[in-house]
Write a protein that binds this ligand. Structure first.
Ligand SMILES: Cc1ncc(COP(=O)(O)O)c(C=O)c1O
Length: 370
């Protein structure tokens, strides 16, 4: 019997399907996880050391201002420390930004094949999701601008984009900002900024400094290999920082996370190794997959997103199942709106060698069956 006083969540929450993280499988005595865009090389040993050293201080609340790590970020990237806010991963900050600037009856606009959390943040506030059609698997600035209505409150752009690996140039980003009303917040989610190899790319700080309505978010989960510690930050004008600062948890970033983050930023040699390793394997993977006649949607990030033909035995799902049986998990892209694609994260040397061998075996078998 339904009570007239039935407890119901806010409108919009019923439409949310819980986020499904990248999976792990075990088969043939091994488990290779290439499904969550984690870092191939893990964290810097110096970050691990700093984390352990901070353990003694766990009885104290962390520095609510996270001043030391914010100062280190400001120094590293030549930014204004007052414009930096730390979060429990960039996820907390993205969620708080949407909560702060959108609500029931508002619209949040973003491209089609992109990070599925944007949908969850939006629906959780009661706002409406509006998506612009992509161009060649990347953000189409004209299509985004065409979808702006008087109700648009926020535009979100992952740059580079997860899962497609495409990027938007600095010029195009500026064109997008210039085409948006001043009362629309532009969020540039630059989670994969460090892996980009493009002269015309900018993670977004200059646009933040030039405007009062733009935010750039960054993370320690990717390049710094600290996804399990939950550490991210955003850069925005003081007004936006003050708004988000008021609704975040006061002690959001733990003492060990702050300490490890500082050590990770200091270890530039390790960062260089991660970047070189990732780009090298990314290119190898791209060339191999192209060699099998497959398409690649974009080349940035620590992953490769691959398009498969709709041919029985050769589909994305077929390779996914084959790899699972060999203990290798990659990410099917249906949840990201691309059912014929698989996204593969760059792993360690041995993991990538195993992956390439498995893929070779798959195509050798597929040929044999043809
Ligand atoms: C585009 C994008 N933004 C944000 C995030 C969230 O990162 P974090 O671990 O900092 O919450 C991810 C994680 O995969 C991502 O791909």
């Amino acid at each position: 019997m339904t009570s007239p006083n039935r407890l119901v969540p806010r409108p919009g929450i019923d439409q949310i399907k819980a986020y499904v993280p990248g999976q792990t499988v075990e088969a043939q005595g091994r488990s290779i996880k290439l499904s969550a865009n984690e870092s191939a090389l893990g964290p810097s040993p110096k970050a691990v050391e700093a984390y352990k050293a901070a353990a003694e201080r766990m009885f104290r609340y962390p520095d609510a201002d996270a001043f030391a790590i914010r100062s280190m970020i400001a120094k590293t990237y030549n930014l204004n420390v007052a414009r930096i806010l730390m979060g429990i991963g960039s996820d907390e900050l993205l969620s708080a930004l949407v909560r702060a600037y959108a609500g029931p009856d508002d619209e949040v606009l973003y491209p089609t094949a992109t990070f599925p959390m944007y949908r969850i943040y939006t629906l959780a506030t009661g706002a409406k999701v509006v998506q612009a059609t992509d161009r060649e698997y990347g953000a189409d600035i004209d299509a985004l601008l065409a979808k702006v209505t008087p109700k648009t409150k926020i535009v979100i752009l992952a740059n580079p984009n997860n899962p497609t690996g495409t990027y938007t140039s600095k010029k195009e980003l500026e064109r997008l900002r210039a085409g948006l009303r001043d009362d629309i917040l532009l969020i540039i989610d630059a989670a994969y900024a460090e892996y980009v190899e493009r002269e015309d790319y900018d993670a977004g700080a200059s646009l933040v400094d030039a405007t009062m309505n733009t935010v750039m978010s960054r993370t320690f989960s990717k390049i710094h290999g600290m996804a399990g510690l939950r550490l991210g930050w955003c850069y925005a004008c003081e007004d936006i920082i003050s708004v988000v600062g008021r609704i975040r948890s006061p002690f959001n970033v733990s003492t060990p996370a702050q300490a490890a983050g500082i050590a990770a930023l200091e270890d530039t040699t390790f960062q260089r190794q991660v970047i070189d390793h990732t780009r090298r394997w990314r290119e190898t993977l791209i060339q191999r997959m192209k060699g099998y006649g497959l398409s690649i949607t974009g080349t940035e990030g620590n992953f490769v997103n691959i398009g498969f033909p709709d041919v029985p035995g050769r589909k994305a799902a077929d390779l996914d199942a084959f790899l699972k049986n060999k203990g290798i998990s990659v990410r099917p892209m249906a949840m990201f709106g691309l059912p014929q694609h698989l996204r593969i994260t760059v792993g360690r040397d041995d993991e990538m060698q195993s992956l390439l061998e498995a893929i070779e075996a798959f195509y050798a078998g597929a040929k044999g069956n043809a």
